[in-house]
Design a protein around this ligand. Structure first.
Ligand code: PBG
Length: 330
């Protein structure tokens, strides 16, 4: 036999030589849920192992991640109902605990890369990413709010902003507002192909941010997030985000959309990020906690498959688990 592919699998050393895809902590981003108060560490029931942390708890958490080589974080605030309104004004309020915490983190750990989500839903009484008016999510009235939120986040010290709202024109609106305010170095990681997915459930539990159940409030996000059936449409979104000044293009969720990750990677030169979302992580955690799958094998295989599809960056609730596992293995 002239050709024997198994020769290149004969030992760990040879397998190492021919390994095509690599994954290390520098590719990973850990999501952190923040809650106001002191001494708060509340587990997300639908995403075991992930906690809502108060500012005093998040600093040691970041320190322990940094020691493991994990430097990248994306943060989300759990906002008390009292601070929510229709126009998400708390998102840029001077007393906003989330913005203050970000400044503290950057002061203590300037070498981190801190990413913030930009969207109205955690701050909105309606639980939507944009302004709700007459039963609709109104695009153009949402843009100045997103721009204001983005400038406040840049001023707080965030390195990258992730508009996750899927309004048309938001990347451009945010880019010009940032530039006008002098934040030319603050980057944009655009949620480019964000699908109207069933896999965001645990995240909405963590932030209590699901669309509010009321008359005149759309029950789902299908008029702005993409239809899971569509792929070519992701190219339109990607072209727009790139033209409007995005620095990264993101696909979300990751696992059910590996083909979309691949498509954007093949068609664009910007780095591609993939968001391995809460529901995807919850599924794996559930199977592993039941003893049906081996976490230490299934988790890295999952992350590697997202890299193999073309993701340069992976946002995953397993980032710290991966960092711990890599240390154990080395
Ligand atoms: C908010 C936002 C969502 C997620 C990230 N940013 C939820 C949504 O769009 O409803 C989901 C992340 C996850 O499920 O892990 N716009």
């Amino acid at each position: 036999m002239l050709k024997r592919p198994r020769r290149n699998r004969v030992s760990a050393a040879v397998r190492g030589l021919v390994q095509e895809t690599h994954l290390d902590c520098s590719h990973l981003v850990l999501p952190l849920f923040l809650i106001d108060g002191i001494g708060q560490r509340i587990e997300v029931a639908s995403l075991p192992g992930t906690y809502r942390l108060s500012p005093d708890q998040v600093l040691p958490e970041i320190e322990s991640c940094m020691k493991l080589g994990l430097t990248n974080f994306i943060m989300f605030p759990a906002v008390p109902d009292l601070d929510k309104d229709k126009m998400a004004t708390y998102s840029y309020h001077p007393d906003n605990f989330y913005l203050k915490t970000a400044s503290e983190i950057k002061k203590r750990f300037p070498e981190t890369c801190l990413i913030s989500d930009v969207a109205m839903d955690p701050y909105s009484v309606d639980g939507h990413d944009g302004v709700v008016k007459g039963g609709k999510i109104v695009n153009d009235e949402t843009l100045p709010i997103l721009a204001k939120m983005a400038v406040a986040q840049a001023a707080a010290g965030f390195d990258l902003l992730g508009p996750s709202d899927m309004m048309d024109g938001r990347v451009g609106a945010i880019r010009s507002a940032l530039d006008e305010a002098g934040f030319t170095d603050t980057g944009i990681m655009a949620y480019t192909a964000k699908y109207a997915s069933a896999f965001y459930g645990p995240f909405r539990d963590a932030l209590d941010s699901a669309p509010r159940d009321a008359e005149d409030i759309p029950k789902d996000k299908k008029t702005y997030q993409m239809n899971p059936a569509n792929k070519r449409e992701a190219l339109i979104e990607a072209e727009l985000d790139e033209a409007e000044g995005a620095d990264f293009l993101m696909v979300k969720p990751a696992l059910n959309y590996l083909d979309v990750i691949h498509l954007l990677k093949e068609n664009h030169r910007l780095p591609i990020a993939a968001y391995h979302v809460s529901g995807e992580c919850a599924m794996l955690t559930a199977a592993c906690r039941n003893g049906w799958l081996d976490f230490e094998r299934a988790m890295p295989e999952t992350l590697l498959s997202i890299r193999r599809a073309g993701a340069d960056v992976i946002i995953t609730y397993f980032a710290k688990d991966y960092a711990l596992l890599s240390l154990k293995g080395s």
